[in-house]
Design a protein around this ligand. Structure first.
Ligand SMILES: Nc1ncnc2c1ncn2[C@@H]1O[C@H](COP(=O)(O)OP(=O)(O)OP(=O)(O)O)[C@@H](O)[C@H]1O
Length: 804
C-alpha cells in the first residue's frame, strides 16, 4: 500500500507536508529478509526514523533512526544475508531495478565497543515501489542536494598510528563512501608536509570537503596549509573531517567518532559545525594555527619522550605519563590571559575591582589577600554535548588592544563572524570576510609591568602541567580538558600548580573522567586569548617553591637595565638557594663568564656535579649556540665543538654562555653546567638545532663566597637522594610546546581564539545531541530516538537493540 508517490507529488512536497505534521512520509507493506526467511510486515518512513512491524502479530519490530541510516541500495532478489556491509556494497552496487532494496545502518554499542554496521533487506510489492523507497530513503539521508558531499578530498597518511590507514580505508571507509554515494579523490601522502603543500597551492574549488585519514597531526598540517593560502577566506566553508587511524585521535574522540566507520558515516551524512581555531604567535613572529591543544611541561614531555616507544601505540603515552609523574618536573613561567565572558564575571568577584591582577601558582591573587583563583571544581557536562558557540562573542568591547599585526594580510585574523549554517555543504565561494586585527597584536613581549590592557589577569607559575585546549579529548583515552568545546569562542587552560604527586595523580595519568578538576593544585581558566612567558627554568618537585619564589618580576618598562639586573639577581638567588642542598654532590668549582668576550667579566663560579647520568635525552647543545666550554676534561670536551683544553687556575670548568641563556652539556660520563648570566630580555635566544634537556645539575656560588666550612657542613647533611631531586636546570630555549603534535621551541607566545573560523564534519548523533541539549535547556521537545531500537529475530535468535 503506497500512500503517495514521488511521481505524483514530488518527494520534496511529500516529505515537507508529512514531516511537518508528524505523519508518515511513506507507508507500504514490505517483507523483511532474515535467516528465518521472509517476514511480512509494514514499513513506515517518518522524518526522523524508519519503522518496520511484523504483520503476523509476533511483535517483531525494527526502528532505525535517521541518524543511524547512512545508505540505501537496490539488491538482487534472493540475496539478503550478507556477511558484512562491505560484501553488501559489492553485491548491490550497480543493481538498477529490483523488488528488493537494502538499507545500511550503524549502531553504537555499549562500553565504547566497535559500532555495529548492519544491513536490512526488504522486499517491496513491485519494482516501482522499491524504486520509490530508494528515492525517499536517499532523500531522507540527504534532504538537500547541497548537503551531499560530492567530491571529498581525502588525504591518507600511510604511516600514522600503527600504519594501518590504507587497509582501514579499503575495508571500512571505501565501502561506506560507496554505499553513501560519496565521491572522493584519494591522495596518499608521500611525506610530512605533502598535504599542507597541496592545500596551500592547489585549486580546491572542485572539492566539497577535505578529510584526513590519519591522527590529528595530518589535519593540523591541512589547517595550517589552508590558512596560509592568500584566498583562505574563500575556503572557510570547506568542511574538514578526520577518519581516525592515528595514535592520539583527540578530535575524533571529541566528535564522538573514534571508530573509522563512525567517521566515515559522518562524512556521508555531511553535517558540519563551526570550529574555533587558535592562532599562535611565536616569539619569532611566526604564526601557527591549531584546533586541538597546546601542551607544555608534563604533557609535552610525555608526548616527546614517549616517541621512543611509538610501536606501543596509544599506550606509549600512559607508560611515560607514569614515569614522568614519578619524577615530576616543574617549569617556571607566567600566564597572562584575557578571561572569556563567563570566567571574567567570577574573576571580577574574586578581585572586587576591574583592573588586571595577578594570581600565583598556588591559587591566590597577588595583592588581594587570599582570594581563591578560579577553579572549576564541579564535574563538567558530557564532553560531547556541545554548547552554542556564540556565547563569548557578545562582549568584545572597546577595551581590547586592537591593532594590525604584520601578518594580518595573509592570515585569517577574523573574529566574531556569524556561524554559517551547520549543515551547509555548498560550494565555498563566499566572498572573503574582512580582515580584523588580532586581540593581542598590541601586546609586546616580554610583558612589562603595567603594559597589560585592562581585564587581563596574570597567573604565576611554576607549572607541572599546562594544557590549552579547544577540544576536550587529546586522545581516545585522555580527557585533558573536560570543558573543552570546539566552537565556544574560547580556549580552556587547565594547569597543575604545586601539589603532591598523589594529589595530581588523577590528572596526570590517563584521565578519562572529569573528577580530577577537584584535585588540589589543578586549576582552570577560560580565555579568549593568553600569553605564556616561560622563564626557562625547570626543576624537580621538591624545588617547585624555589621556582615560585624566584620568578623574575615583570619588567617595569623604565629601562631594560633595571629589568636585567632584577632578572639576574632573581636567577642567581635561585641558584644560591639551591646550593646549600646540592653542594655535597659537587666535585669541582667552575667559572662562568657573562659575555662572549674572552675575558670573563665578573666571573661567577658554579659547582658542577660530575655524576654520570642516564637520562633518556642524549642530546647535545646545538652547534653555533655560542657556548664556550673551557677546561673540560676529555669526555666533556667531546660534547662541545668549541671546547678548549686550557684548564682554569682552579682546575674546574669554565663555561662561557651566550648572553641570554645558559645551558648544560651532558655526556655519558660527565658534566657540565651553566648559569643564567646577565640575561638580555630583548635578545633572541640562541638558535638551537636540537632540544636541550636532561642536562646535568648546576649550582651557583658567588666568587666572593668561598666554599666555607658551613656550606660544606650543610652539604654533608644532604643525602644523595636529596641532591638528585634538587636540580634546577635551564631548559634549552624555554622548553618545548606541542601544538596538535607539532613541537615548537617555546619562548613567549601569544595565543588567541578565532571563533568559528573553519568548519568540522560532525556525526549526526553529535549534532542531534547538541540540538537536544539546547532544546531541553528551553524545556522543548523530547529526545528523538538516536539508534536502532526494538527487537528482531535474526540469525535464529532474538537480537536486542538498545536505544541510545
Ligand atoms: N607519508 C608520510 N611520511 C611521514 N610522515 C608523514 C607522512 N604523511 C604525513 N606525515 C606526518 O606524520 C605526522 C603524524 O601524523 P598523524 O597525526 O597522521 O599520525 P599519528 O600516528 O597520530 O602521529 P602522532 O601521534 O605523532 O600525532 C604528521 O605531522 C604528518 O605531517
Amino acid at each position: 500500500m503506497l500512500m503517495d508517490t514521488p511521481a505524483a507529488q514530488g518527494i520534496v512536497d511529500i516529505v515537507a507536508a508529512n514531516s511537518a505534521a508528524g505523519a508518515p512520509i511513506m507507508k507500504s507493506s514490505a517483507a523483511l529478509y532474515s535467516s528465518q526467511g521472509e517476514l511480512d510486515g509494514l514499513l513506515v518512513l517518518y522524518s526522523d526514523r524508519l519503522e518496520w512491524n511484523e504483520l503476523s502479530g509476533n511483535s517483531n519490530m525494527l526502528t532505525i533512526s535517521m541518524d543511524a541510516l547512512y545508505g540505501a541500495t537496490l539488491s538482487p532478489p534472493g540475496k539478503y544475508n550478507f556477511r558484512s556491509f562491505e560484501e553488501a556494497s559489492v553485491t548491490n552496487l550497480g543493481v538498477v531495478e529490483s523488488t528488493h532494496f537494502t538499507v545500511y545502518t550503524i549502531a553504537a554499542q555499549e562500553g565504547g565497543k566497535r559500532p555495529l554496521c548492519d544491513t536490512w533487506t526488504f522486499k517491496a510489492e513491485s519494482k516501482e515501489e522499491s524504486a520509490t523507497w530508494l528515492s525517499l530513503l536517499r532523500y531522507a539521508i540527504h534532504p538537500a542536494p547541497s548537503r551531499r558531499p560530492t567530491n571529498v578530498l581525502v588525504f591518507l597518511n600511510p604511516v600514522s598510528g600503527k600504519h594501518k590507514s590504507l587497509k582501514l580505508f579499503d575495508t571500512v571507509v571505501r565501502p561506506i563512501f560507496n554505499i553513501g554515494s560519496t565521491q572522493f579523490t584519494l591522495k596518499i601522502t608521500e611525506s610530512a608536509g605533502y598535504a599542507s603543500t597541496f592545500v596551500r597551492t592547489q585549486d580546491l574549488s572542485e572539492y566539497t570537503a577535505v578529510v584526513a585519514v590519519s591522527g590529528d597531526g595530518l589535519l593540523y598540517e591541512i589547517v595550517n596549509g589552508l590558512l596560509a593560502r592568500p584566498d583562505w577566506a574563500a575556503h572557510r566553508d570547506l568542511p574538514l573531517g578526520v577518519i581516525p587511524t592515528g595514535t592520539g585521535n583527540g578530535l575524533a574522540k571529541t566528535l564522538d567518532c573514534i571508530w573509522p566507520e563512525q567517521a566515515a558515516v559522518a562524512i556521508v551524512k555531511a553535517q558540519a559545525r563551526p570550529l574555533d581555531i587558535m592562532s599562535t604567535t611565536l616569539s619569532t613572529g611566526e604564526v601557527k594555527y591549531w584546533f586541538l591543544s597546546a601542551t607544555w611541561a608534563y604533557l609535552a614531555d610525555v608526548d616527546i619522550e614517549s616517541e621512543s616507544i611509538r610501536w606501543a601505540g596509544a599506550a606509549r603515552l600512559d607508560v611515560y605519563a607514569v614515569m614522568r609523574l614519578l619524577s615530576l618536573r616543574y617549569y617556571g613561567g607566567r600566564l597572562h590571559y584575557l578571561p572569556a565572558a563567563d570566567d571574567e564575571e567570577e574573576a571580577q568577584q574574586a578581585l572586587g575591582d576591574t583592573g588586571s591582577a595577578c594570581v600565583n601558582g598556588s591559587g591566590t591573587v597577588a595583592g588581594a589577600s587570599t582570594a581563591p583563583a578560579k577553579s572549576y571544581g564541579a564535574p563538567a557536562p558530557d564532553s560531547s554535548a556541545l554548547v552554542p558557540g556564540d556565547a563569548d562573542r557578545t562582549d568584545q568591547g572597546t577595551d581590547m588592544p586592537w591593532g594590525l599585526p604584520p601578518h594580518s594580510f595573509s592570515s585569517p585574523l577574523v573574529r566574531g563572524s556569524p556561524e554559517v549554517p551547520s549543515d551547509s555543504f555548498v560550494a565555498h565561494t563566499q566572498p572573503a570576510v574582512g580582515l580584523h586585527p588580532t586581540l593581542t597584536a598590541d601586546i609586546q613581549l616580554p610583558i612589562r609591568e603595567g603594559s597589560l590592557p585592562p581585564r587581563w589577569r596574570t597567573i604565576e607559575g611554576p607549572f607541572a602541567k599546562f594544557t590549552a585546549a579547544n577540544a576536550s579529548w587529546l586522545s581516545g583515552t585522555f580527557l585533558a580538558c573536560p570543558m573543552g568545546r570546539f566552537s565556544d569562542g574560547a580556549v580552556d587552560v587547565v594547569y597543575a600548580g604545586v601539589a603532591s604527586k598523589w594529589q595530581l595523580l588523577p590528572y596526570m595519568v590517563s584521565p578519562t573522567r572529569d573528577n580530577y578538576m577537584n584535585s588540589e593544585g589543578v586549576k582552570h581558566v577560560r580565555a579568549r586569548a593568553f600569553i605564556l612567558e616561560p622563564t626557562g627554568l625547570r626543576t624537580t618537585s621538591r624545588n617547585a617553591n624555589y621556582l615560585m619564589a624566584t620568578q623574575p618580576p615583570l619588567s617595569n618598562g623604565a629601562g631594560d637595565d633595571k629589568a636585567r639586573v632584577g632578572r639576574r639577581s632573581q636567577s642567581l638567588s635561585l641558584f644560591s638557594s639551591l646550593r646549600a642542598k646540592s653542594i655535597s654532590r659537587s666535585t669541582s668549582v667552575s667559572s662562568v663568564s657573562n659575555s662572549d668576550g674572552l675575558q670573563p667579566q665578573a666571573p661567577v663560579p658554579v659547582r658542577v656535579r660530575s655524576q654520570a647520568y642516564s637520562s633518556y635525552h642524549q642530546q647535545t647543545i646545538g652547534r653555533g649556540s655560542g657556548l664556550m666550554v673551557q677546561g673540560l676534561d676529555a669526555t666533556a670536551a667531546n660534547d662541545s665543538p668549541r671546547a678548549q683544553s686550557t684548564a682554569p687556575a682552579n682546575g674546574g670548568v669554565a663555561l662561557r654562555p651566550p648572553s641570554q641563556a645558559a645551558f648544560s652539556l651532558r655526556s655519558e660520563t660527565a658534566l657540565a653546567a651553566a648559569v643564567m648570566q646577565d640575561p638580555e630580555p630583548s635578545a633572541q635566544p640562541p638558535a638551537l638545532t636540537k632540544r636541550v634537556s636532561g642536562s646535568l645539575a648546576a649550582t651557583h656560588e658567588p666568587l666572593h663566597e668561598p666554599h666555607t666550612d658551613a656550606s660544606a657542613q650543610s652539604a654533608r647533611e644532604t643525602t644523595p637522594e636529596d641532591a638528585s631531586d634538587n636540580e634546577c636546570r635551564m631548559v634549552g630555549s624555554d622548553g618545548i610546546m606541542v601544538l596538535d603534535g607539532e613541537e615548537i621551541e617555546l619562548g613567549p607566545i601569544k595565543i588567541e581564539c578565532l571563533p568559528s573560523l573553519l568548519k568540522v564534519i560532525c556525526p549526526p548523533w553529535l549534532c542531534e545531541r547538541r540540538n537536544t541539549q539546547v532544546a531541553s535547556a528551553a524545556a522543548a521537545a523530547p529526545k528523538a530516538p538516536m539508534h536502532i531500537a526494538g527487537t528482531l529475530s535474526r540469525e535464529g535468535s532474538a537480537l536486542g537493540f538498545s536505544a541510545a
